[in-house]
Design a protein around this ligand. Structure first.
Ligand code: CA
Length: 245
């Protein structure tokens, strides 16, 4: 499934995906594994770092959810070891969610991170996002759109040579728009892909994030160069002039 770039528009089917959940606290691990199973995943639990490495080797899962604080091996080292053996998507689970953890996690080769406490729906949304990113190809992860360069894997963006500091949502939003450069991405698609497939109600938060993203891109909302509003429908990221001619 991850190697099918032919239909980037279709949602990845998450049912039957195998998840290895690495979590030493049984009071979290067992109920969470059951919740993942109710969402259609096959879930296996590892309670230590060494169990995790063995289990990932044995099951070859589609996703690993990795707690950072484990009794035997530091989660960061587990991540590094897993990365040496496999390119399985790894979502780090952190209690603190500090910038340092996040940056270190992503540098170690984790694909995303999630902060405790979390709702199952949030985890499912993260898994969905990681799977979607994966299917475009982790190492073909550079997108060039005019002056913009997006390194999807490293989650970094440059305008001309200047690196932009985007938040996680702003980055996800930009990548989602960039995947369909010069096409309209509807508000509903953006909400469901960037936020959660189970969002309800207002999309006001989307407008707020679009405004922030535009500001960071140096885009004038009255005459945008990058992010264009398609009234009543959604947004379109403009490609370079030569590509859209
Ligand atoms: Ca723990």
């Amino acid at each position: 499934m991850r190697s099918d770039p032919a239909s980037p528009q279709t949602e990845p089917d998450l049912r039957g995906l195998s998840v290895v959940l690495v979590e030493d606290e049984r009071s979290i691990a067992e109920p969470f594994a059951r919740a993942l199973e109710r969402s259609g995943f096959r879930a296996a639990v590892a309670h230590t770092g060494s169990e995790a490495i063995a289990l990932v080797g044995k099951l070859d899962p589609d996703v690993v959810l990795l707690d950072l604080t484990l009794p035997d091996i530091d989660g960061r080292d587990v991540c590094r070891m897993l990365r040496r053996e496999s390119d399985v998507p790894i979502i780090m689970v952190t209690a603190s969610g500090t910038v340092t953890d996040r940056v270190v996690g992503l540098e170690l080769g984790a694909d995303d991170y999630i902060v405790k406490p979390f709702a199952t729906s949030e985890v499912v949304a993260r898994i969905r996002a990681v799977m979607r990113r994966g299917r475009v190809g982790g190492d073909a992860g550079k997108l060039n759109i005019g002056e913009l360069t997006i390194d999807v894997g490293a989650r970094r963006v440059w305008r001309a040579r200047h690196e932009l500091e985007l938040t996680r949502r702003e980055f996800d939003l930009l990548v989602r728009l960039a995947r369909d450069t010069d096409k309209v991405v509807t508000r509903e698609e953006l909400m469901s892909d960037v936020w959660d497939m189970n969002w309800f109600g207002s999309t006001k938060t989307l407008d707020v994030h679009i405004a922030w993203l535009r500001r960071k891109l140096g885009d004038d909302p009255a005459a945008p160069k990058f992010v264009h509003t398609v009234r009543g429908v959604g947004f379109r990221l403009a490609g370079p002039p030569e590509a859209s001619a």
